[in-house]
Design a protein around this ligand. Sequence first.
Ligand code: 5GP
Length: 342
Amino acid sequence: MRIEEDVKLDFKDVLIRPKRSNLSSRKQVDLHRTYKFKHSKAQYTGVPIMAANMDGVGTTEMAKVLNQHNMFTCLVKNYTESDLGDIVHMSDNFAISTGTSENDFRRLSMIINSYPEIKFICIDVANGYQERFADYVAEVRDAFPDKTIIAGNVVTADMTQELILRGADIVKVGIGTGSVCTTRVQTGVGYPQLSAIIECADAAHGLNAHIIADGGCTCPGDVAKAFGAGADFVMLGGMLAGHDEGGGEVISEDGRNPRIQFYGMSSDTAMDKHHGGVAEYRSSEGRTVTIPYRGPVQTTVLDILGGVRSTCTYVGAPTLRQLSKCTTFIKVNRQINDVFLK
Ligand code: 5GP
């Protein structure tokens, strides 16, 4: 047994120090980024905030709205070819998600045969540390040399590098941080997300590859911190849940306080819904919760983009690209004044 003594940090452990800035308005801030991916050699330009491939979030309806803001969607795994026609013709800003079974590979191949213009594949498992997973990433890389491959999840530099060397262009980072994830309760495994982002981004950037900070963002400030820590993309589940575009049923017992069900992709609810078809998707369970219904996602999107733009003006970053260079984190004991939140 070994103990690492240095304390790892989460979003809640830091704030971003303001710096002198000559930006006078949030309007001056450009949130677009352009990346060239390591293996696919494809070029991407967009606002690198993503909807997670979760029920109620990673839907084609969500992808259509986010695409209007040049944002990205990792679609849920259960879409069939016929579900995808619209979005394929409308947008490049989405990924087809897949697991690692033979059936998953067959489905992926069929979809890409039908729609060769699809640019991104998201290979998603709970535990990216299994040897079999890296082998699978290598197989998908061989089969689809020009597709940009997202692979995860991991939280450490060693495995980030391993996945990149086996063919991933973008590594998805985050274990145990999700809003409806119970990995830490069930297994005791995890890694504070801010430190995971800092360490994995450093590892990936050294190899000219990219990372997604996946999970744990609770507010626009957390999204800004993830970019400040070096994330190339930030993926959101809970923050984009509860909206019309997620397609969930609005529940309201008394006609007031409408709510929507939201659940982790390895929760009992997800297992029941997908008939055990994704039973291996997450090794640990997820939570099922109901959250306030929030109407169209547009308002939330503008709130998130406005928050990140504002962060950029506080630290003097005219573009999102400069945000991490302009970021100094300070460790804090108190985040917010919650006197009226209790
Ligand atoms: P959020 O933005 O809601 O905090 O986190 C979203 C992320 O949580 C997803 O992208 C995914 O990585 C993770 N996640 C989704 N469902 C589950 C689940 O059932 N169990 C676990 N452990 N993680 C989940």
